[in-house]
Design a protein. Structure first.
Length: 87
């Protein structure tokens, strides 16, 4: 019901004059409709196509970090992999 999104490390790469892709980290924070606070961090990759001189976002993939120590989803993890991974 009330959320804010922050973007980090946005990179857009043209692979040809009419196609490309982007990657970024997003963090979504807010309160749900029932008032419960939430926060999640995830990665987004997207494919872009240029048609009639305009770039269009045509496909998106979202992935959530995994805590390698517990092998479980970690929706609020840091983007620092050293915090969730050790040999």
């Amino acid at each position: 019901a009330d959320a804010q999104v922050a973007f980090k490390d946005l990179e857009v790469t043209a692979t040809s004059p009419t196609s490309g892709y982007s990657t970024m980290i997003q963090r979504l924070r807010g309160k749900s409709a029932d008032g419960k606070p939430f926060e999640m961090t995830y990665r987004i990759s997207a494919n872009l196509v240029k048609k009639n001189g305009v770039w269009k976002w045509v496909h998106e993939h979202v992935s959530f970090p995994v805590n390698m120590a517990t092998k479980g989803a970690d929706f609020t993890s840091s983007i620092d992999p050293k915090k969730n991974f050790s040999f």
